[in-house]
Write a protein that binds this ligand. Sequence first.
Ligand SMILES: C[S@@+](CC[C@H](N)C(=O)[O-])C[C@H]1O[C@@H](n2cnc3c(N)ncnc32)[C@H](O)[C@@H]1O
Length: 272
Amino acid sequence: MADARTGKVTFVGAGPGAADLLTFRAARAIAEADVVIWAASLVQAEVLQHAREDAEILDSAALSLEDVVAVYERARDEGLRIARIHSGDPALWGGTQEQLDRCDALGLATEVVPGVSAFSAVAALARRELTIPEVAQSVVLTRLGGGKTPMPPGEEVREFAKHGTTMAIFLSAARSGQLVRELLEGGYPTSTPVVVAYQATWPEELVVRCTIGTLEETVKEHKLWKHTLFLVGPALEAHGTRSHLYHPGHFHGYRKADPAARRALRERGAST
Ligand SMILES: C[S@@+](CC[C@H](N)C(=O)[O-])C[C@H]1O[C@@H](n2cnc3c(N)ncnc32)[C@H](O)[C@@H]1O
């Protein structure tokens, strides 16, 4: 047991589901916890194997923010270590900031352990790099407006779609018709490749490739309303380009450039 002065809340990113996508740091935070708060529907039960046998386990699905803050107050008063498990990376759509702010107000120490976000997991399953030289050098992580949380002005999918780069779209499967409309209004062609992933890294995982033109029918065919992520953009199909970093004409502190390859790169307008 921690003593009365060392109460602490660790926000633990548990990854997209599979227990072996937990980091060592995350596993350690769970193992050290007196109380583990987790979401049974978002994180696989195996992650609890890291918890102590005598740890108190609470399912966050049954708790309001006020209920969770009451547990944090107990942590401060009794010097408890809490592991608050969030799916994916706690930095994205986890409701973590409001908890961090409450902990600060309570004078309670906090730590955040990053996790594998669903968008990284889906890119890995699709075996795609999201940033391809000369095709896409940015990734927009976003969600569709119109759900429970309103979008700030200018953050609609149609606005981001104007960039034509890679998008990872969370929390939007229930409104696939609106998603397709906004992607097309932004200017993507209907043939733009899409990866749709449901419950990525869970036993019931489904990963399907389609295009924006077939996105809505794909979602409806498989009845994907939640726990689904979309990767959209030309990078999902691009081949034949190569990075300058590993080009023989590019030099850096650890490698000399081949002069002929360097000339060739320069002729293509690259700054080597
Ligand atoms: C509340 S957000 C949490 C995101 C999380 N913090 C992350 O970094 O992945 C939940 C949304 O993330 C996406 N998501 C999370 N885990 C997923 C998974 N295993 N497969 C597919 N999508 C997932 C879905 O879009 C889901 O609606």
